[in-house]
Design a protein around this ligand. Structure first.
Ligand SMILES: [Mg+2]
Length: 370
């Protein structure tokens, strides 16, 4: 079986990819979200030409092809090419699952079923009390029993969204949530080690056990200082997509929990490599999945398969006001939450159906061989 056709269906935030083999097998994947229109151009220019006509029967084949693209495009290391490769990789896994009539999770030694989620807030322009209120509503209505909220400001050079917000929200969330609910925070690269540790002690006192990206992620020495100073888990790695960097993060235990993003990594295949590396050092993997596009679906399959899976799936609680572009991507809403859990189905491949109307409205491009 060889790759015959690669079609993309693109809007500015999302680009889906369809792979077709010379035997007529098909699968759907997705490139990483945001500037997906640029990523789709990169796909057709720098990825598709190297893989069309090549064998794609086994995991070894697809791994080799992805490495080939990175070698041929070695002057362009970094995020965009991997965001594009994620489309190829996730479409291939879907095709493989459909050929074997198995969900992807079963192809990687896991099982479908229920998975606990943590409700992930993306907002900082929300007051601490408003944040607590919406978490309590989700406790009541959906049975969610773990929540992540935001500290500092994004890459904020040590400055809070507004003065005093970080301290206030830590205390208010702890006071308002059910005592059995787990609490996570994310500082998105905001703080110096001194400030991060100071806030870290407040997190310890308030029962928060997951402290994400306290310092600029590109300064691992700073993060390590925080990891070593605190008793709670320091976590990170969502932007990192270079396996050399991952090897360093894991070998030096820069963080307690690693958080690769399947789409930023270049797909499931490379994300599994990071999870495996972490497993060998007894490090937990709780991937990053910040929106309800295919990234969350793929992450469900991964979490149900790896032995070092974290306790829960990151599940964005933001709606149309924050993510208008994630509306109507799939048919039969695959993101239903019941009693704080999401269901990973037994359907083959990724187990989802992309909305035909969305496809109809998207921009089409194709790379193919005869
Ligand atoms: Mg984060």
């Amino acid at each position: 079986m060889k790759i015959k056709k690669l079609e993309t269906f693109t809007k500015p935030f999302v680009s889906f990819l369809k792979i077709t083999s010379d035997t007529g097998a098909e699968g759907y994947g997705q490139m990483s979200t945001y500037h997906a229109d640029i990523t789709a151009q990169i796909f057709h220019k720098q990825v598709a030409p190297w893989v069309l006509g090549k064998s794609c029967n086994s995991l070894e084949d697809i791994e080799d092809l992805e490495n080939l693209v990175l070698e041929k495009e070695h002057k362009f290391p970094g995020s965009y090419i991997l965001r594009a490769i994620a489309g190829l990789d996730t479409a291939w896994w879907d095709m493989k699952g459909k050929l074997e009539n198995k969900p992807v999770v079963s192809l990687i030694n896991g099982n479908p079923g229920k998975l606990k989620v943590y409700g992930s807030s993306m907002k900082r322009d929300i007051t601490p009390q408003e944040e607590a209120d919406r978490f309590m509503k989700l406790e009541d209505e959906c049975g969610i029993s773990a929540f992540k909220f935001r500290l500092g400001s994004e890459c904020g050079r040590n400055i809070d969204e507004w003065p005093g917000r970080s301290e206030e929200i830590i205390k208010i969330i702890n006071k308002n949530l059910d005592p059995s609910s787990e609490k996570l925070v994310d500082a998105n690269s905001c703080f110096t080690p001194k400030r991060a540790i100071e806030l870290g002690h407040l997190l310890e006192e308030n029962g928060i056990n997951h402290y994400e990206e306290p310092c600029p992620y590109w300064e691992p020495e700073q993060t390590l200082e925080v990891t070593n100073a605190l008793t709670i888990d320091v976590t990170g790695g969502e932007q990192d997509c270079d396996l050399r960097i991952w090897r360093d993060i894991i070998n030096r235990k820069i963080v307690n929990i690693v958080q690769p993003d399947i789409m930023y990594m270049g797909g499931l295949t490379r994300a599994l490599k990071v999870a495996k590396m972490a497993e060998e050092k007894s490090i937990i993997c709780t991937p990053h999945a910040a929106n309800l596009s295919l990234v969350t679906i793929c992450t469900m399959h991964l979490l149900k398969a790896i032995p070092n899976a974290g306790k829960y799936l990151e599940f964005s609680i933001e709606g149309e006001d924050y993510y208008p572009w994630q509306k109507n991507l799939f048919l039969n809403n695959p993101f239903k939450i019941d009693d704080g859990k999401i269901m990973l189905s037994e359907d083959p491949g990724w187990g989802i159906t992309i909305n035909p109307q969305w496809i109809e409205e998207s921009n089409y491009a194709v790379s193919k061989i005869d």
